[in-house]
Design a protein around this ligand. Sequence first.
Ligand code: NAP
Length: 246
Amino acid sequence: MFKNKVVLITGSSQGIGRAIALKFASLEAEVALNDISSQEDNLKALKQEVEKKGGKARYFLADVSKLEEVERMVQQIQKDFGRLNVLVNNAGICKDKTLAKMTKEDWQKVIDIDLTGVFNCAKASLPLIIQNQGKIINMSSLVGQVGNFGQTNYAAAKAGIIGFTKSLAKELGRFKVTVNAIAPGFIETRLTENLPEGFKMQVKKITPLARFGKPEEIAELVAFLASEKADFITGTVININGGLTI
Ligand code: NAP
């Protein structure tokens, strides 16, 4: 399905990004893995896992919040693979506190990585993506649509991604490039594992499908949006949350 296609997935050493990378590799894409330098061992292990299954992977250490590092990464991808067809803006962090306790640093860090990181990666990849009539998929969140207690910084970044996605979709339609966002609900990753048990139970109680999602389920949706089957879908935000927002 993705033979000869190169897919860059940011923040792909673990969690949802890792599942996305493995999904694309299973569909014969060549995968460009990315994370920050502290995750190098995880990236190396993932690269080996893809290669063991006969796939092609390389990893690139870059902090998505730093435009110069992202530009260097994209230049290296161009050198190593010769092209870039799909950009998955997945990297993200949270620093949860009520606004009363949130510092300017807590605010700025989340905006820099979760929102400016999306700008940086899209900006640096743009010429290659346009050249290949490619696809951009941005990881927003349920929280960007409905807000959440203690997450003003994260909610603002994830809501920003939705506006960014819709605007860029309007700009790039003429090049046959699609830009979409995904809004996951609660997914079983490190980001959610430390939530208080009582809170997790409460979320499951009000979720029609009565569970958290799996990273692999997000990966299925990303692969669909990146495929030719989704050529007429652009500027959308797709909820994947077990019905939590019904
Ligand atoms: P995760 O397991 O923490 O994975 C995120 C990855 O991004 C980590 O490896 C992280 O590295 C990396 N990262 C952090 N800062 C980075 C930077 N500056 N440059 C490059 N990579 C960086 O989180 P996840 O749950 O898989 O989440 C993936 C995406 O889905 C995020 O955008 C998140 O907001 C979104 N999302 C998740 C959920 C959920 O329930 N899990 C729900 C909605 C949306 P470090 O570990 O070293 O920080």
